[in-house]
Design a protein around this ligand. Structure first.
Ligand code: PHB
Length: 396
């Protein structure tokens, strides 16, 4: 027992030493008074660019407010979660138990999020979800200390089906990666599309993050649906659009998707992305002063164009600033006041204003977009102030 304890406390001390010199972690924390912010994001793999955009967005929002949270200086900690669900709990605990973060910001992948959700519920640490749309996080497994600034997986696709039917596409094939994000995006698509009178002739899938699309594209060509709808994101989305065009389907069978399909990858997809129609809670071309300013500032700071992930990161930063200010930086000691501030937040986002649902998920507009000359152009609002059902959540 004694030796095990010794080993444990030595490893914690070593981990602490890596981030704060030779001081003991508990002591260092009290002395420096820094607020500890942990990023758990994918920095490698098909979602790597999503993780980077999210971190950029968070930092930009905080830096715009003087680089402090509730008056406190900040120390950042980072863990690459590799979009690997099997390591989700272990990675979240690196931040929560080893680094003792005051807030955990993460992640992108729904399966990994389930690990974070467990650690957040067990530890009570403030958890801000800047992307992953897994339903359970703000439905049956919702928690007072977990807030999402992005979407639920079904939110963007609920509005997709009616837009397809309105364009005369009554028979569709659905294709996705088979994991929570794809399966739940399908739930939203199926509900919206069938209610609007559409028929799904086939549901196709492949394991995440597989990009061997050829056999499935051959099957789509044989099925001859009116249109195809899908969920893909990141590097895999760019390849899917390129392969779709290379298989000769572009121009013959219109391609639709949950808007992630064309986020951050239009350049990589090239001409294959032109004309793709999607639904999403953001668009590059939203013509508002807020969005124009955000895009200019982001491009200047990071030498790259922002996308929905950057916006979600930025909004996570805005929410955190708001919460920290409400409790003067004491995130751990004033929890009721902190939660009240976060629950009543109205976020003035580049995507448009949004509020928190009772289950802690954004109530937001969903736009219909088309890729035109390398940009997501807004065609209209596909769903106004759309809230997720929050089924099974007992908060508020
Ligand atoms: C998810 O796994 O929840 C996910 C990943 C990437 C996206 C959207 C959702 O673009």
């Amino acid at each position: 027992m004694t030796s095990r304890r010794l080993i444990l406390s030595r490893s914690v001390a070593l981990a602490g030493a890596a981030s704060c010199g030779l001081c003991l972690p508990g002591l260092a924390r009290a002395q420096s008074g820094k607020l500890r912010v942990g990023f758990m994001l994918p920095y490698t793999g098909t979602y790597a660019q999503l993780g980077v955009a999210i971190e950029n967005g968070v930092r930009m929002a905080i830096d715009e407010q003087g680089g402090r949270l509730g008056g406190r200086e900040i120390e950042y900690f980072k863990v690459d979660d590799e979009s690997e669900p099997a390591k989700g709990i272990e990675n979240a605990n690196k931040l929560v138990q080893r680094d003792k973060v005051d807030v955990l910001i993460g992640t992108v992948h729904s399966g990994v999020q389930m690990g974070i959700q467990k650690v957040a519920r067990d530890s009570g640490v403030l958890s801000l979800i800047p992307n992953a749309g897994v339903h359970a996080a703000t439905r049956a497994l919702c928690a007072p200390n977990v807030f999402r600034t992005s979407f639920t997986n079904a939110q963007p696709t609920l509005a997709l089906g009616p837009a397809m039917v309105a364009r005369g596409h009554k028979k569709a094939v659905w294709i996705t990666w088979k994991y929570a994000a794809g399966d739940e995006a399908y739930e939203g698509f199926k509900e919206g599309y069938t209610k609007a009178g559409g028929t799904i002739v086939k549901e196709l899938g492949l394991p995440f993050p597989n990009v061997e699309f050829q056999a499935l594209l051959t099957e789509i060509a044989a099925l001859k649906p009116d249109a195809v709808a899908c969920f893909f994101a990141g590097g895999g989305a760019a390849k899917f659009m390129r392969d779709y065009a290379a298989a000769g389907l572009k121009g013959k069978i219109p391609l639709y998707g949950s808007g992630f399909l064309t986020e951050g990858v239009i350049e990589a997809a090239g001409p294959a992305a032109e004309g793709v129609i999607t639904t999403m809670h953001y668009s590059d071309s939203l013509d508002t002063p807020r969005n124009r300013q955000f895009r200019l500032d982001y491009a200047k700071t990071f030498k790259m164009q922002p996308d929905v992930y950057a916006v979600q990161g930025y909004d996570t930063g805005l929410l955190l600033v708001l919460g920290a200010n409400a409790v003067k930086g004491d995130l751990s000691g004033s929890k009721p006041a902190l939660y009240k501030a976060l629950e009543s937040a109205v976020i003035d986002s580049p995507r448009g204003r949004w509020t928190m649902s009772r289950a802690h998920n954004p109530v937001q507009d969903i736009y219909l977009r088309v890729v035109e000359k390398g940009e997501n152009k807004v065609l209209g609002v596909a769903a106004k102030a759309l809230a997720d059902s929050g089924t099974g959540c007992r908060l508020g």
